[in-house]
Write a protein that binds this ligand. Structure first.
Ligand code: ATP
Ligand code: MG
Length: 444
């Protein structure tokens, strides 16, 4: 296994001082899957203060010294080094009662969640894989280390971690692990909203999220009870050939792997069951569902302690996911002016994902949406005049012939509208004479 030079050197220094040290967890798993690891965690038999002493020539930060973790700034890299641990009993389904340090690697690996995360490696000592994690990586299986019932009751966040690894890596969850996580699904409530939401965000961006949403709908419903109404919900609409949850899962999958759009797709139709009407032909309609879904999304994301900027962005996309769009310049300019470039592109992305998840005829709209997106990109790149700030005149220029009053605002707004519509050029003299005309017509 390849290790970056600073990691190898840190391990060697600890070994030279008589301790054992390995890389463990995610980086070993990722490297066995030929994926680039994003960080390398080191586990060692050295106690935190001993690690500090070994690296006394570096800056050492006591990241979580109580839990055995210190961060060493070594040759430009910041590396977390954690003493081997055995967790005490979990009394609240969240935190171990105590953390004891250990000198045995096997203790440390036993407390880890899944076999694929329980492998250690060092150049000196090779692989140590007591739970056959390498086999499970090859078989693409997520399996608890130890008794799944016990492991999920110790820490219910592991339920979501299992789903996250399934959604990101495309692995199956082993039968007993699956049965236990479903049996313990209601324990998720004991986990903090912040930890839940952090996992949910990663899960939802996974390549295999569609399958996971459908297979574990009941677990999702624990976190987002509103979603349970989508399960087996027949839409009764000629545009759809699947249940509401199937449509939702497909739409999430079809969206770019960006958290705001993926969350928007997860919630875009969540209000549908609340606003169904049936016409005389037996066809169902969901008038106003985008608005209702947006309001529900707001409540759900507040409950999950989502940050305000993300929450507001997701809600806007949900609220506007049925916005009628046209692939023509005038329309796109107006939208860019009204909503801003980012939101308008988000809406188009949401519409593309939505239409990919309906009947095949709906997909025929996608080329038009892509054309609209291209237009938006083109117009935005030309740095068009789309806000009052970029208009070639301002209130100061106009005050020679317009008294400062409400009329001033109206003239500026009309000028902006005409520039956005391409009716007048965004040029100072052109706008000055046009402003005079508008002002005269208002006065008259
Ligand atoms: P990634 O960094 O890609 O999220 P990871 O597996 O490294 O994946 P981390 O959250 O960084 O995940 O955790 C590092 C290691 O710590 C894991 O590989 C696992 O061995 C262990 N671990 C993390 N969270 C838990 C948990 N809730 N219960 C048991 N072990 C855990
Ligand atoms: Mg990690």
């Amino acid at each position: 296994m390849h290790l970056p030079k600073p990691i190898t050197e840190i391990i060697e220094r600890l070994e030279d001082e008589g301790y054992e040290a390995y890389v463990v967890g995610g980086c070993v798993r990722d490297s066995m899957m030929h994926m680039t690891a994003h960080d390398y965690d080191i586990a060692t038999s050295a106690l935190p203060l001993e690690t500090k002493r070994v690296f006394s020539f570096c800056r050492v930060i006591e990241t979580g010294i109580k839990h055995g973790t210190v961060s060493v700034l070594y040759k430009g890299s910041c590396v977390e080094i954690t003493t081997f641990r055995v967790d005490g009993d979990y009394l609240d389904g969240r935190h171990p009662q105590s953390v004891d340090f250990s000198t045995k690697l096997s203790d440390d690996l036993s407390r880890r969640d899944f076999t694929i995360n329980g492998i250690a490696y060092s150049h000196l000592r090779g692989f140590y894989d007591p739970f056959y994690g390498a086999r499970d990586i090859t078989l693409k299986i997520i399996r608890c280390i130890g008794d799944p019932e016990k492991r999920f009751s110790e820490d219910a966040l592991r339920i979501l971690r299992a789903l996250r690894f399934a959604a990101v890596l495309g692995f199956e969850i082993e039968e007993n692990t699956k049965a236990a996580l479903i049996a313990h699904k209601s324990d998720i409530k004991q986990v903090s909203k912040e930890r839940i939401f952090a996992e949910l965000k990663r899960l939802i961006c996974g390549k295999y999220v569609e399958r996971v949403i459908l297979e574990f709908a009941e677990v999702f419903s624990e976190i987002i009870p509103e979603l349970s109404a989508e399960i087996n919900y027949e839409q009764g609409s000629k545009f759809h050939n699947s249940t509401l949850l199937e449509h939702t899962a497909r739409a999430v999958h079809a969206a770019p792997k960006e958290i705001h759009i993926r969350l928007a797709m997860l919630f875009h139709d969540i209000g549908k069951p609340l606003c169904r009407t049936t016409d005389e032909n037996g066809e169902c309609h969901y008038y106003g569902h985008a608005e209702i879904s947006a309001r529900m999304t707001d409540g759900i994301l507040r409950g999950l302690k989502c940050d305000n900027a993300l929450r507001e962005r997701v809600c806007e996309i949900v609220r506007l996911h049925d916005l009628p769009t046209e692939p023509n310049e005038k329309y796109v300019r107006k939208q860019l002016s009204k909503r801003g470039y980012e939101l308008f592109c988000d809406i188009l992305q949401a519409k593309i994902a939505d239409n990919s998840a309906k009947i095949p005829e709906a997909a025929e709209r996608i080329p038009l949406l892509l054309r609209t997106l291209e237009l938006a990109e083109k117009i935005n790149a030309e740095q068009p005049c789309i806000s009052l700030r970029s208009l070639a005149v301002n209130g100061n220029d106009l005050k020679r012939f317009i008294p400062p009053s409400a009329v001033m605002g109206e003239v500026l707004a009309r000028l902006l509208e005409e520039v956005v519509d391409g009716e007048v050029e965004n040029e100072k003299n052109v706008l000055l004479s046009r402003a005079r005309e508008i002002y005269d017509s208002i006065k008259a």
